[in-house]
Design a binder for this molecule. Structure first.
Ligand code: ATP
Ligand code: MG
Length: 424
């Protein structure tokens, strides 16, 4: 992508109405656009990051047998009345809309009811279980607090997976498998070290659920973390009984702020019973399906990465989620040979399947580097008169933690080595 063609631009001043660092940086760098409080649009660079995060999640969900669907966002009240959740007290974030011809519809906040109803058409016998079904689907929640940028929005994509099992054991096996997949996801997108499996309230159908919480002062939750054991307890359930259950001692735990990036939840037979999702066991007796739900917010993850990994100069994307793997920058000062060399390198990268963001704009070097620091692509190639006379290209490959251009040291690499080094 030639930056001279990109319709978005960076801006030096952070938007004044944003208090969250993630929104300030993402808007300044041209990743997102604010529509109104708690509502954001994703621009070309931002959509690439979001899609990369979703692809990591998709791969890990497919690896544990998840089958991808996409359910409708418009929901019929009939199904929600069966479970008692059409009520605004049961779900206090509903957006509902009246139909012109009479009647009402709900805008999806979650999908237990519609998916349980759908599965009744396909699950009849014990042979049809277990199953795991997931989607990346737009949720609407009329959130009161919308001050955390893209980490808490009124409209957002959620990866929600639902598991359907024959009994508690089958459910539990999948639950643990999914917890393992979540660990892999957070590690791959670069926040594994800061993210802890956290015991949280199980609601009405189970003693506990598990949240995945990323340590950050920008978080809205308070948790008590045991770093060596790699587990934590949410303040909501922090009491002597829980500590005893988990074999933890109060004075070994550290109180910290954290962001809930994911949540896995035992549902028992609450929705299967309400929606009539049963199967016939080996004896031909009808049994309710045992369910679980497993959510992750890709937008909240993107905001979390920015909160946790950015520095004073801008965003720092881990390799797996960066909008482009490499930022190619030409410093030509009007020299046509430099332009030609940078163009050639851009084409060479493309031939090798390496997508680059190419800063081919006619602007000063200082502006290009400041923009590159703000945008935060982990590897950088610089072509200038100086590098050409030294017979190479200036190259910085980040180790996935440090941003390009911020390590101090740059290497002059002969062109013949560039492709190999970037492919690593
Ligand atoms: P919270 O307690 O933060 O409001 P929740 O417990 O209501 O979240 P879940 O229903 O468990 O959220 O949703 C699953 C995941 O979806 C969350 O772990 C989070 O990553 C994401 N998510 C939830 N609400 C939002 C939101 N308003 N904006 C962006 N992502 C969200
Ligand atoms: Mg939750």
């Amino acid at each position: 992508m030639r930056q001279s063609h990109l319709f978005t631009k960076t801006r030096r001043e952070a938007p004044k109405d944003e208090v969250a660092k993630n929104a300030q940086l993402l808007i300044s760098a041209g990743y997102i656009h604010k529509e109104m409080a708690g509502v954001y649009s994703y621009l070309p660079l931002g959509l690439r990051v979001l899609n990369n995060i979703m692809q990591v999640i998709r791969e890990e969900m497919n690896a544990i047998g998840g089958q991808e669907v996409e359910l409708a966002a418009l929901q019929s009240p009939a199904l929600w009345k069966k479970s008692g959740r059409w009520d605004d007290v049961a779900i206090d974030v509903w957006f509902k809309t009246e139909l012109k011809g009479g009647g009402e519809l709900g805008l999806a906040t979650t999908h237990e009811e519609p998916l349980s109803a759908l599965m009744t058409e396909y699950v009849q016998s014990y042979k049809d279980l277990p199953r795991a079904v997931y989607q990346f689907q737009t949720k609407f929640r009329n959130e009161l607090r919308a001050k955390s940028g893209i980490m808490r929005t009124r409209e957002f994509i959620m990866k929600d997976l639902y598991s359907f099992g024959r009994d508690e054991k089958e459910f539990r096996d999948f639950y643990e498998t999914c917890a393992g997949a979540y660990k892999k996801i957070f590690a791959r997108i670069g926040i594994g070290g800061q993210t802890f499996r956290t015991f949280a309230s199980g609601g009405s159908f189970s003693k506990y659920s598990d949240e995945f919480q990323t340590l950050s002062d920008a978080g809205e939750d308070t948790i008590y973390v045991h770093r060596e054991k790699g587990i934590a307890v949410n303040k909501e359930v922090f009491n002597d009984e829980v500590l005893a259950d988990l074999g933890l001692k109060k004075d070994e735990l550290e109180e910290v702020k954290a962001i809930e990036v994911g949540n896995i939840f035992p549902l028992g037979t609450k929705y299967s019973s309400a929606l009539g999702l049963t199967y016939k066991d080996e004896k031909g007796e009808p049994q309710p399906v045992v369910m679980g739900s497993y959510g992750i917010g890709p937008g909240r993850l993107m905001g979390t990465i920015v909160e946790v990994l950015s520095d004073a100069k801008g965003i720092v994307w881990p390799k797996e989620v960066a909008p482009y793997p490499v930022h190619l920058i030409s410093i030509s000062g009007g020299n046509a040979d430099v332009v030609a060399e940078a163009d050639r390198l851009y084409d060479l990268l493309a031939e090798h399947g390496i997508e680059a963001l190419y800063d081919d704009r006619d602007v000063r070097a200082g502006e290009k580097f400041a923009d590159a620091d703000l945008i935060g692509i982990p590897s950088r190639l610089v072509v200038s008169e100086k590098t050409m006379s030294s017979g190479g290209v200036e190259m910085i490959i980040s180790d996935g933690r440090l941003p390009a251009g911020r390590q101090g040291a740059t290497t002059l690499v002969p062109e013949s080595d560039i492709i190999e080094r970037l492919s690593k």
